[in-house]
Design a protein around this ligand. Sequence first.
Ligand code: SF4
Length: 223
Amino acid sequence: MQETIVTASDVALYVKCPRQVYFKLKKVPYVEREERVKGRVEHLLLRNIVEKNFDYRILEKNDFEICISALNELEKFLMNFNTKFFEQALISKKYGLAAKPDLIAVGEENCEVIEFKGTKIRHDITYSDKIYVCAQTMVVEDTLCPGLDHGNVFYYKISNKPIKTVYVSDKLKSKIMEIKSSILSMKKDIECKKDNMPPYCEKSLCKTCDYAYYCLYLNNKTS
Ligand code: SF4
């Protein structure tokens, strides 16, 4: 990937914890957590359901934590889209961003970006998901679907209104560009060995972070 391109997933990760992006850029070895592996299996299942019209109604209630009512909503949502791209890698030169949305559904006159998320949100879409989908939508708009002004998150573990729409606003766009610049300067500092490790975030996120062991070790060493 070009030096000046930042991925939409790193932008969203930066919102959650800049230290994770720092470890990633430094290529620190990590231990993949169970939650992440589980999430990948669920994504694969969702892809099979959408791509091959796998009949999800045969699933036992407790096989996966995927809500059948959420799948019904997704089925309705995708009804008029003939072409579907899964994990299509795209690069926007205009924004200097790369994205790989879970699903891009293309119809005769419109197009939808859909990201699958296993988070059990209480009310509204999380800020990092908003940033993530907005960054992805910007890339899809620039490369595939001119004029696209929104993307969607499909929260497959919630039964009530699982599809949330995110509109690309100037505010979100400038935040994404600001984070992109911070990531690029972090990258430059690492290359010049002038880097400063971002602070420990102490959020619930640490429980599921792939770098948790290394990060806590460093933290105990320096505190
Ligand atoms: S353990 Fe917590 S502070 Fe450390 S990188 Fe992970 S999320 Fe960030």
